[in-house]
Design a protein around this ligand. Structure first.
Ligand code: HEC
Ligand code: HEC
Length: 218
C-alpha cells in the first residue's frame, strides 16, 4: 500500500469522530454568531426539545416551561447558564437542561432560541380565584413593607417583559413560575442577583399567589 492510502486510513477514525461530534450539522460552525437559522432551530426543537417543551414551545404542564414567544436573547442566556463550566457549578443548576445545553453548539443555541421566540404562546389562566387579589397586588404594586418591588416595573404591566433585558412571564405555568422563585431564593438558580433578593423577601404563600396571577396575565 502506498503512503497516501495509509494516511487516509489513519485519518478516517478522526474524521468520523469529528462528524459524530458535530452531530447533524453538515458544516463546521461559523466563528461569529451568524444570523439564526430558523429551519435548523425547528429541526432541533422537534427532534430534541419537543418531548418536554412541545414542538412549538407550548409545553403541556407546569413541570416544563413554555418557551413559545419568549425573547430569544433570554432563552439563549438560559442555555448558556445551564451549561456546566469546568470546575464550577452552573449559574442555573438543572441536570436535565445541563445535558441538553451541553449537546448544543453556540450557534445552535441561537438557532433554537430564535425558533421558539418566533412561536406563539398559548395563553394560560389563574386557577385560584381566592389568591388573585394578593397576586395582583404583588405584581402591580409590590409589598412596600417587605421591600418587594412591583414585578410590573421590570416585567411590564402585561408580563411581556422586554427583549434582551426581562423575560416574558405572562401565561407561564404557575407551578413552573413558583418553582423558579423558590430556586432564585435558595440559589439553585443563582443567575440573577436582583431576582434572588426579591424572591428572598417572599413567603411561600406570596410566591404561590403571584405565580398563579402571572399564569392568567396576557
Ligand atoms: C427531558 C425534558 C427536557 C428536554 C428534552 C428539554 N428540556 Fe428544557 N427544560 C426542562 C426543565 C425541567 C426545565 C426547567 C429547569 C429549571 O427548573 O431550572 C427546562 C428549562 C428550559 C429553559 C429555561 C426556560 C425559562 O423560561 O427560563 C430553556 C431555554 C430550555 N429548557 C430550552 C430547551 C431546549 C432548547 C431544548 C432542546 C434542545 C430542551 N430545553 C429540552 C426539561 C427539558
Ligand atoms: C429589577 C427588575 C426585576 C424585578 C422588579 C422583577 N424581576 Fe423577575 N426577572 C428579572 C430579570 C433580569 C430576570 C432574568 C434573570 C436571568 O437572566 O435568568 C427575571 C426572571 C424572572 C423569572 C424567571 C422566568 C423564567 O422563565 O424562568 C421569574 C419567574 C420572575 N422573574 C418573577 C418575578 C416576580 C414574581 C417579580 C415580582 C415579585 C419580579 N420577577 C420582579 C428582573 C426583575
Amino acid at each position: 500500500m502506498n503512503r497516501g492510502v495509509w494516511k487516509s486510513l489513519a485519518a478516517a477514525p478522526l474524521a468520523l469522530a469529528c462528524l459524530l461530534l458535530s452531530g447533524a450539522s453538515q458544516a463546521a460552525d461559523p466563528p461569529a454568531p451568524a444570523k439564526p437559522d430558523l429551519n435548523r432551530g425547528q429541526a432541533i426543537a422537534s427532534q430534541v426539545c419537543a418531548s418536554c417543551h412541545g414542538a412549538d414551545g407550548n409545553s403541556t404542564g407546569g413541570a416544563y416551561p413554555k418557551l413559545a414567544g419568549q425573547h430569544a436573547e433570554y432563552l439563549y442566556k438560559q442555555l448558556a447558564d445551564f451549561k456546566a463550566q469546568p470546575g464550577k457549578t452552573p449559574a442555573r443548576n438543572n441536570p436535565i437542561m445541563a445535558g441538553m445545553a451541553a449537546a448544543l453548539s453556540d450557534q445552535d443555541m441561537r438557532n433554537v432560541s430564535a425558533y421558539f421566540a418566533s412561536q406563539t404562546e398559548k395563553p394560560g389562566a389563574a386557577r385560584n380565584k381566592a389568591t388573585v387579589p394578593l397576586g395582583e397586588k404583588i405584581y402591580r404594586g409590590g409589598l412596600a413593607d417587605k421591600g418587594v418591588p412591583a414585578c410590573a416595573s421590570c416585567h411590564g404591566p402585561a408580563g411581556a417583559g422586554m427583549p434582551s433585558q426581562y423575560p416574558r412571564l405572562s401565561g407561564q405555568w404557575a407551578d413552573y413560575t413558583a418553582a423558579q422563585l423558590v430556586a432564585f431564593r435558595d440559589e439553585t438558580r443563582g443567575n440573577n442577583a436582583p431576582m434572588h433578593d426579591i424572591a428572598s423577601r417572599l413567603s411561600d404563600k406570596e410566591i404561590k399567589a403571584v405565580a398563579d396571577y402571572i399564569a392568567g396575565l396576557r
